[in-house]
Design a binder for this molecule. Sequence first.
Ligand SMILES: C[S@@+](CC[C@H](N)C(=O)[O-])C[C@H]1O[C@@H](n2cnc3c(N)ncnc32)[C@H](O)[C@@H]1O
Length: 285
Amino acid sequence: MTTLPINTIINGDSINEMKKLPESCIDLIIADPPYNLSKGGEWKWDNSIELHGMGGNWNKVMQEWDNFTLESYFAFTKAWLIEAKRILKPTGSMWIFGTYHNIGIINVICQMLGIEIINEIVWYKRNAFPNLAGRRLTASHETILWCNKGGKKREYYFDYEYSKSGDFYYDSLKTPGKQMRTVWDISNNKEKRELAYGKHPTQKPIRILKRMIKLASRDGDLMLTPFSGSGSECVAAKMTGRKYIGIELDNSYCEIAIERLNHTKDNEDQLGQLSLNMSESEATK
Ligand SMILES: C[S@@+](CC[C@H](N)C(=O)[O-])C[C@H]1O[C@@H](n2cnc3c(N)ncnc32)[C@H](O)[C@@H]1O
């Protein structure tokens, strides 16, 4: 029997590392893969690069991990999705972040592999950075695919009650008590503590990750993130009482993730809820 590397950040290649895991061992995958947005192969911050066919002011960070030809990006995406599907439990599901540069490729490959897309979410960023050149519309959303392993039976977990009645006060598009829709209004701003141990150029806010985790997994479940960057998905998993495995190529990002995790308490979310409830009951005494 393989012992799973639970609650660790693995410094390695996600395809190789997922290959070491047994079939159907993971309850939830959150994948924030390279977007294939960096062009030119130089390792630097750069705001002057034109992306042919992609235009304007995208997050044009020049990162080696994000620089593929179209063909190699297709092959890379297929390879990691094959492994993700293999390690996912039939009762599990997978969230995949993307933009118009890569989400079409991911969508096609999911269909080729028989991975079923449950929903496509539009993550609306009302604080999106303006288009400085004024030559096109301001890009103000990312796409997220929610998928299950496929097959005849749909066994994936969905917390319908939470989706209707969770606390989404910050989302102007969510009506309390009503079904959650596929457009989410969530600011991309990070809280101070999310950036306290270092930054990542495409760091995801904890708020959206907690929502994804709670919608599609149970307390104590195991979440894996194959491109863990600064560890946001793992931090959100720890806060919501889930176990985690993160895989990241770049050791400097692994170090940020470990620092962040060392400063996150288990079940931090529930602890917050508990103290809130206690002070409410104190107040009614
Ligand atoms: C879009 S970022 C993820 C950011 C993350 N969601 C966060 O909040 O910090 C993608 C990450 O994948 C890593 N990466 C790229 N190719 C990889 C591979 N083959 N295996 C593991 N990690 C990889 C990059 O170093 C980068 O940190």
